[in-house]
Design a protein around this ligand. Structure first.
Ligand SMILES: Cc1cc2nc3c(=O)[nH]c(=O)nc-3n(C[C@H](O)[C@H](O)[C@H](O)COP(=O)(O)OP(=O)(O)OC[C@H]3O[C@@H](n4cnc5c(N)ncnc54)[C@H](O)[C@@H]3O)c2cc1C
Length: 489
């Protein structure tokens, strides 16, 4: 048994809280039950557990001191950004201390000439691009949650977004990071210049879901704004036609900057909420954007329009002004918000399939929803083959929760069967841990475990995340305090 597994959660005593306050100040520690409730889950609402304390550090030195204090008391700790994880990445398994990085949100440096920025991890993603407005550059990773999620959370989950298709995921835009390791020491990985020698530790830490340490500073790459855009809305009678069109576009060698699908359920919810003027009877719409040189974008837009029409598109609208383009994107980015009109809770799945298998997986999802009597709507980064079926339910109803979990598992299993994977961008978190044994061999997992143990030998930092427990591959099982409950289950 590790020290962590032995550690009773009551070690977070009044004296320990006083020590935390002495590091960060009285106003930066929460420990009242009603305050902690806010932190009992993230965007994955199916599993919940409150931490014993939430602490808001404002400097790297404070993060380091908190981590050392937790270690001295054998108390687990977990970093948290904005809590928009859809995989339960922020769940404080075993209780303990949650380090909320949201008060470390400064833009420390912008060097347009050298094309990098240095930022703190709690910076909201979109605030960096807003700050860069007028410079001719932007920060390319643009998760649909970019108005809320932090760059530190993006770093930890290797986030993607609508423009991932052309511009890549977060790891392609991080040059380096400062990290507080699980023992409290502070290291710099990479830096502002390209191609640091030695092991690519930045690459290793991006996507490690907080299991290798806490990111306290990032060096990110700035991307030049494209000279021109063409943004289109393809309107289709059926989801099948829309997914066939996606295969045709990619198959023709065109790489749009973005290629997003929204099905009828989402379009109707968006219309109810925001009145964008979308056709309510359409089976699906595709939001398609091409960018690049002015001379090239019209030709690409024309070819895409032809391909959509050949795949039974009812019409292909083109945004005529910057305002129209913005409206289309606003609509896509608010799709999740609109779901609040459809049901009290939702579970967003995140699978990947080869793009040519999109029609098949979408048919399977529809069938799965019918079999389990769960309403499922879809909005996803179709160009990457990255599906996001959103399962609507009421978390107060135990039986519905069970059906949602069953349907989710079946969809993810099907993604694997089709040659894909169980996450395109949201990460494994606690939600998908049981799938790791299905995706990787014991040898693969053992290598991952040895990397984990090299940085986080006691498992105090973000316990119970990403790698399976001993039943699967030798990672210590961490008992849950309270215990962690699966919503009403
Ligand atoms: C409406 C909606 C739309 C979304 N759309 C997308 C999308 O298009 N693309 C996409 O990739 N994701 C998307 N997500 C998922 C989520 O927004 C991303 O995973 C995001 O990167 C999480 O950022 P966060 O600041 O909220 O991190 P959190 O949810 O707070 O944390 C996520 C994980 O990162 C760890 N972590 C946080 N900060 C740090 C740090 N400083 N150091 C080390 N570890 C840390 C946490 O422990 C946790 O494991 C969406 C979520 C929602 C709710």
């Amino acid at each position: 048994m590790s020290a962590l597994a032995d550690a009773p959660a009551h070690l977070v005593t009044a004296a320990f809280l006083d020590k935390l306050r002495s590091i960060v100040g009285d106003g930066n520690v929460l420990a009242q039950a009603e305050e902690l409730l806010v932190y009992e889950c993230d965007g994955y609402v199916v599993e919940k557990q409150t931490p014993d304390a939430v602490v808001f550090p404002t400097t790297t030195e404070q993060v380091s001191q908190i981590v050392k204090l937790c270690n001295a008391h054998h108390i687990p700790f977990v970093p948290r950004g904005a809590g928009t994880s859809l995989a339960g990445g922020c769940l404080p398994i075993g209780g303990g201390v949650m380090l909320a990085l949201t008060r470390m949100k400064q833009i420390l440096e912008v060097s347009v000439r050298d094309r990098y920025a240095v930022v703190q991890p709690g910076l909201v993603n979109v605030h960096l691009t807003q700050r860069l407005k007028g410079t001719g550059y932007h920060y390319a990773p643009d998760p649909s949650s970019q108005g809320a999620c932090t760059v530190g959370g993006n770093f930890a989950t290797n986030s993607g977004g609508p423009h991932t298709l052309k511009y890549g995921v977060t790891v392609n835009h991080v040059l380096g990071a400062e990290v507080v390791l699980p023992d409290g020491s502070v290291v710099e990985l990479g830096g502002p210049v390209e191609d640091s020698p030695g092991y690519d530790l930045t690459g290793l830490f991006v996507g490690s879901e907080g299991t290798l340490g806490i990111c306290t500073k990032l060096y990110v790459r700035l991307t030049r704004d494209p000279a021109a855009y063409r943004t289109m809305l393809g309107v289709f009678e059926t989801v099948d036609d829309a997914t066939q069109a996606i295969s045709s576009i990619i198959g023709a060698g065109i790489v749009p900057a973005a290629l997003e699908l929204m099905d009828q359920g989402i379009v109707q919810a968006l219309e109810q909420a925001f009145h964008f003027g979308f056709p309510l009877d359409a089976g699906a719409v595709l939001l398609i954007e091409v960018d690049g040189l002015e001379v090239a974008v019209d030709d690409e837009a024309e070819r895409i329009t032809t391909l959509c029409l050949a795949n039974m598109a009812r019409e292909v609208r083109r945004a005529k002004t910057a305002q129209e383009r913005q409206l289309l994107w606003k609509c896509r980015k608010q799709a999740f918000g609109a779901i609040g009109r459809l049901s009290p809770s939702y579970c967003t799945q995140d699978g990947v399939v080869p793009r040519t298998r999109l029609p098949e997986i979408l048919r399977f999802i529809t069938d799965c929803g019918l079999r389990h009597n769960i309403r499922i709507v879809n909005v996803f980064h179709a160009g990457d083959g990255n599906i996001h079926p959103i399962l609507l339910f009421d978390e107060r109803d135990k039986e519905q929760v069970e059906r949602v979990l069953k349907a989710s598992d079946e969809i993810l299993e099907k993604c694997i069967d089709l040659g894909g994977s169980v996450t395109g961008e949201h990460g494994i978190g606690v939600e998908k841990i049981s799938f790791m044994n299905k995706l990787f061999t014991p040898e693969d997992l053992a290598v991952m475990q040895s990397i984990h143990d090299c940085f986080n030998p006691d498992g105090q930092c973000s316990p119970g995340k990403m790698l399976p427990t001993s039943a699967g591959c030798g990672n210590e099982y961490v008992p849950r305090k309270n215990p962690g409950r699966k919503a009403s289950l």
